[in-house]
Design a protein around this ligand. Structure first.
Ligand SMILES: Cc1cc2nc3c(=O)[nH]c(=O)nc-3n(C[C@H](O)[C@H](O)[C@H](O)COP(=O)(O)OP(=O)(O)OC[C@H]3O[C@@H](n4cnc5c(N)ncnc54)[C@H](O)[C@@H]3O)c2cc1C
Length: 444
């Protein structure tokens, strides 16, 4: 195998993800300025038998974006190329971050129909792993894709949309980084909207007993519950035409920065160091949970800043199985030796037809389990994964799990369809890494 010379645009030795639990030393880290450069890099890498991996914002908890080959950051390909306000169709380069995209959409009177908890991810990275928010009728972010440009394993630019190669579009929207380098996406956006956000604390049992009605009653509902506690922090966001009442800046700083980050981070550090301090710390921080009620632009309501670093696992199960699964997580945690101080986040999302989407063919109930960075999580996450398995649970592609392709394939009815597209676009495995080797297996 002869290595070809690829001129480094800028390189540094090490890549670390947001949580700090994944690290790799790529041969080079390149930041191309154009699609032509992306194609040239892939072509030369393929000729030289090197692998290439795109990285977005590095916010996956798995090694999805790690490589010992060439790591390609699309941070410089972050332009919004066209906005058609009438149809709501927006074409952007793949490296744009969701928060920057939301600001541009807002200026044009548009918005993403839904977002997750944060918006620091790149649009290509978020959609590649089927990143989702909450809402009974809302699919994950990849379901908004109506057009894609992908540099395939031969270094050729492939386009797909609903007229040109529609079947490729259907499959490629959730590609787990394995189909090629996505360089451009066209998204179906919606007219900008405001949300009335109401946050309360409620008994967990009531939320689980009447789960379907709770979720059906609101455009976006979710709750956070610390296992062992009988109460959950509930967020309900509903579309409204009422005048805006944004959170006052000081109150927002107090809630989002001081309580959710500084106090919470300090509490977790203390418990990590002195596990026996858990009951005292829990008593002291209980007052930090407050009621909130405000109206603001959707993209500001959906997301928060997260400064406290953690590890996360998230599972999608058939929605009707969610309450039972959550009750079982509660029992599991009671039997663990290490305390769980981070909440479990419960959300819902709609079914779609994307072969590797966690929402393929079924409405999902989600539970996301978190552990403070640096604390042991294996027993907890493995226990949760065993519970999820009883309901045919599908792990979030960007979050920690212990599956491999042998156990994942039966969970996805169109697994082979995805694999055929993969072998067509990337016959030589140019986009493989240890994550795709594990979760997708060898290229047929
Ligand atoms: C604090 C925090 C909060 C989060 N909240 C949510 C949430 O609310 N909902 C949710 O569903 N998830 C959430 N996530 C998970 C996150 O959205 C996903 O892991 C997402 O993939 C990260 O996007 P990224 O841009 O950082 O991609 P990366 O992690 O950098 O990459 C993810 C995958 O996408 C591939 N990729 C990236 N760019 C390209 C490209 N141009 N072409 C082809 N492949 C590409 C990579 O190779 C890799 O396989 C959260 C993560 C964190 C750290």
């Amino acid at each position: 195998m002869t290595a070809v010379e690829i001129p480094p645009l800028r390189s540094s030795a090490t890549f670390r993800n947001w949580a700090g639990n994944q690290m790799c030393v790529p041969r080079e880290i390149l930041r191309p300025d154009s699609v032509t450069e992306v194609a040239a890099i892939v072509r030369r890498a393929a000729e030289g038998g090197l692998t290439v991996k795109a990285v977005g914002a590095g916010h996956s908890f798995t090694d999805a974006a790690c490589t010992t080959g060439i790591l390609l950051s699309l941070d410089r390909l972050d332009a919004v190329e066209s906005i058609d306000a009438a149809s709501g169709r927006v074409t952007a380069q793949a490296g744009i971050r969701l928060d920057a995209l939301s600001r541009r959409l807002d200026e044009a009177g548009l918005a993403m129909p839904n977002l997750g908890d944060i918006a620091r991810q790149s649009v290509a990275g978020a959609t590649a792993t089927a990143t989702h928010g909450t809402g009974l009728g809302l699919g994950n972010l990849a379901t908004t894709i109506v057009g894609m440009d992908i540099v395939d394993g031969r270094g050729e630019l492939v386009h797909c949309d609903e007229h040109e190669r529609p079947e490729l579009l259907r499959v490629a929207r959730v590609g787990v980084g394995a189909l090629g380098i996505v360089t451009r996406l066209t998204l179906q956006c919606v007219p900008a909207f405001d949300l009335h956000s109401s946050e309360t604390t409620e008994p967990l049992e009531g939320l689980l007993d009447d789960f379907e009605n709770h979720m059906a009653g609101h455009d976006h509902m979710e709750f956070f519950w610390v296992p062992g506690s009988r109460h959950a922090h509930v967020k309900r966001n509903n579309r409204t035409g009422e005048p805006r009442r944004p959170q006052p800046a000081l109150q927002r700083a107090r809630d989002k920065l001081l309580y959710e980050n500084v106090v919470f981070g300090l509490a977790n550090r203390t418990i990590r160091r002195f596990p026996s301090s858990l009951p005292a710390v829990a008593r002291m921080t209980r007052g930090a949970v407050v009621r909130r009620d405000y109206i603001d632009a959707s993209h500001r309501v959906f997301v928060s800043r997260r400064f406290v670093r953690f590890y996360e696992m998230e599972y999608a199960v058939p929605r009707e199985a969610l309450p039972e699964a959550v009750r079982r997580i509660d029992s599991l945690v009671k039997g663990l030796s290490a305390p769980v101080t981070f909440p479990v986040e419960v959300r819902v999302s709609a079914a779609d037809d994307i072969p590797l989407s966690t929402g393929y063919g079924r409405d999902s109930g989600w539970f996301a389990c978190h552990m403070y960075k640096g604390t042991p999580y294996l027993a907890y996450f493995q226990g949760v994964e065993a519970i999820a398995a009883d309901y045919g649970g599908r792990p979030h592609w960007g979050k920690l799990h212990f599956h491999d392709h042998r156990s994942l394939a039966p969970l996805y009815p169109e697994w082979d369809r995805f694999q055929r597209v993969r072998s067509e676009l990337d016959p030589s495995g140019t986009f493989a890494n240890s994550y795709t080797d594990r979760v997708l297996g060898p290229i047929a």
